[in-house]
Design a protein around this ligand. Structure first.
Ligand code: SF4
Length: 430
C-alpha cells in the first residue's frame, strides 16, 4: 500500500499521484491522474481498462421510476416499499466497495433476501476447490519478489489485467536480491497474448498450446509422474509427452514456481476439476519444493463482495437471509438459477464501477443502482445513479489475492451519491 502522504497533489488540486485503480482485480496503486476538458485524464501508469474507467465523462444522471425522472427520496421510498413487499428479493451484481457491500449485507438481512455477485459463477470454480480440498496460494507481492518460474494456465492474463506482466513478472527489482535470477514464463494454453513478457528479467518463454479443458489432464499426469507412475502414449492432454516431461523437469528445478490462472477464463463444464488438478499438483510438488497458485481476475469488486460476505455471514456469496439467519447453498442461491426458475420476485442490482456490468435480461421487477450509462436491456422499475468508488467518492476495495485492501480516493467533484448511502436510506425506510 502506498503512503497516503505521498498521494498529496503535487501540481494542483486535481492532480493526483499514487492512485489505486479499481477497474480490475490487481488494483495497481501507482497511477497518476490529472484533469482534462471533460473530466479526468490518466497521465501515467494507465492501461486501456483504466483509461476507459477514469476518463469516462461525468454524467449527473437523475433517479427514475419507470424511466421518468423523480427526486431521490421518491425513488428510495418506492425501493423500500418493493423490498418490504417482496417475497424473496435478490441483491445481486454487487459491483461495489467495502462500505457498499456492508450496506448490502445489512439490507439483505433486514429484507430477508439473497446475496450473489454477478461474477460468482467464475469465482465458484475456485471456491469449490477451496471448500472441498484446500489449496496452496501465493500473493501478487510474493510472486513478484520470489518466483523464478511462472506457468500461465489457460488464461489470457494480459487481456484481463493489462499491467500484470509489467508489475509482477517483468519487474527488474526484487525485495530479496540485488541481482534477481531470470524468470521462465510458460504459457500453457492456446491463443494467450505473450506480447507483454519482455525485458531483462525474462529468460525463456515456453509456449505449450493446448486446449484449456485439457490442462487438468496434464497436471494430473505430472503429479502421477512425480509419484513414480509411467505414462504411456505419445501425447498427454494434446501435448507431446516430451513437452510435458520437460515442463515437469522445469517445475522440479524451480526454486519458487507459480501457476497463475483466472477462473473466468476456464469457461467450460466442470472447470473446477481443472482448478483442483492444479491445486493437487501444487500440494504434491510442495513436498519437495516451493510452488504456489495465484488466482487472478476479480473484476467489478468481486473479491470485495466475497470477502465482506464471508466476514459478516461466515459464508462466501450465495447466502440467503430469508429465514432470518444466514443460510448458505451454492446451488440453491445461485442468482441466475433463481431468476430462471422464477424463485424471486424482485432484483436489486448494484453496479458502480463500470457501465458494462448489466443486470440479466429478466422480467422480474428491478431496482438498479448503477453507474450512469449502465447498459440495460429493459427499463427497470427504479433506477438510481450512483458514484464510482475511487473517482466520485473515497472507499476501500479488496485486491484479487484477498490479502490486501486498498484505499480509493475521490478524484472529482460529483453529486453522484455513494451506493452505501443510498442503500442505507432504503434500509432506513423499510
Ligand atoms: S491493470 Fe487493472 S488495476 Fe492496473 S491499471 Fe489496468 S485496469 Fe487498473
Amino acid at each position: 500500500m502506498q503512503d497516503l502522504k505521498s498521494e498529496q497533489s503535487r501540481n494542483g488540486a486535481n492532480h493526483f499521484e499514487n492512485v489505486a485503480c479499481p477497474f480490475c482485480g490487481i488494483l495497481c496503486d501507482d497511477l497518476e491522474i490529472g484533469p482534462s476538458a471533460t473530466g479526468l485524464k490518466v497521465l501515467k501508469n494507465g492501461c486501456p481498462k483504466s483509461v476507459a474507467g477514469f476518463e469516462r465523462p461525468l454524467v449527473e444522471a437523475n433517479p427514475q421510476i419507470d424511466g421518468k425522472d423523480v427526486p431521490l427520496d421518491e425513488a428510495v421510498a418506492l425501493a423500500a416499499k418493493l423490498i418490504r413487499e417482496s417475497r424473496l428479493p435478490i441483491f445481486g451484481g454487487l459491483g461495489t466497495d467495502v462500505d457498499g457491500m456492508r450496506a448490502i449485507m445489512k439490507i439483505a438481512e433486514r429484507g430477508g433476501g439473497v446475496v450473489d455477485h454477478a461474477l460468482s459463477e467464475a469465482q465458484y470454480r475456485n471456491f469449490r476447490v477451496l471448500q472441498s480440498s484446500g489449496w496452496v496460494l501465493t500473493t501478487l507481492t510474493e510472486a513478484r519478489n520470489r518466483a523464478d518460474l511462472f506457468i500461465i494456465a489457460g488464461s489470457d492474463i494480459h487481456e484481463i489485467h493489462p499491467r500484470f506482466f509489467e508489475r509482477v513478472v517483468c519487474n527488474e527489482a526484487s525485495m530479496f536480491s540485488d541481482a534477481p535470477p531470470k524468470r521462465t514464463v510458460v504459457f500453457l494454453g492456446e491463443g494467450l497474448d505473450q506480447s507483454a513478457v519482455t525485458g531483462k528479467r525474462i529468460g525463456e518463454i515456453v509456449n505449450l498450446p493446448c486446449k484449456a479443458d485439457r490442462i487438468g489432464e496434464i497436471l494430473d499426469a505430472m503429479r502421477a509422474m512425480r509419484k513414480g507412475a509411467t505414462i504411456t502414449g505419445d501425447t498427454i492432454g494434446g501435448l507431446p509427452r516430451a513437452a510435458v516431461e520437460d515442463l515437469l523437469a522445469r517445475c522440479n528445478a524451480a526454486t519458487y514456481g507459480v501457476i497463475a490462472w483466472a477462473a473466468a477464463s476456464l469457461a467450460f463444464p466442470n472447470a473446477d476439476l481443472t482448478v483442483q488438478a492444479m491445486s493437487e499438483f501444487l500440494k504434491e510438488i510442495n513436498t519437495t519444493s516451493r510452488f504456489a497458485g495465484l488466482t487472478l481476475g476479480g473484476d467489478e469488486g468481486s473479491p470485495t463482495a466475497g470477502s465482506v460476505c464471508a466476514w459478516q455471514s461466515g459464508f462466501p456469496l450465495r447466502v440467503s437471509f430469508a429465514n432470518g439467519k444466514p443460510e448458505y447453498d451454492s446451488e440453491r442461491y445461485d442468482m441466475m438459477r433463481m431468476l430462471a426458475a422464477k424463485e424471486s420476485d424482485l432484483l436489486l442490482w448494484l453496479a458502480s464501477f463500470t457501465p458494462d456490468l448489466s443486470p440479466p435480461d429478466t422480467d422480474v421487477p428491478m431496482i438498479v443502482l448503477g453507474t450512469p450509462g449502465i447498459k440495460l436491456s429493459r427499463t427497470p422499475k427504479i433506477y438510481i445513479p450512483v458514484g464510482t468508488p475511487g473517482i466520485d467518492h473515497a472507499g476501500i476495495i479488496i485486491r484479487v489475492d484477498t490479502v490486501v485492501s486498498l484505499p480509493l480516493r475521490k478524484l472529482r467533484k460529483s453529486k453522484l451519491p455513494r451506493a452505501a448511502d443510498v442503500i442505507a436510506s432504503i434500509e432506513a425506510a423499510l
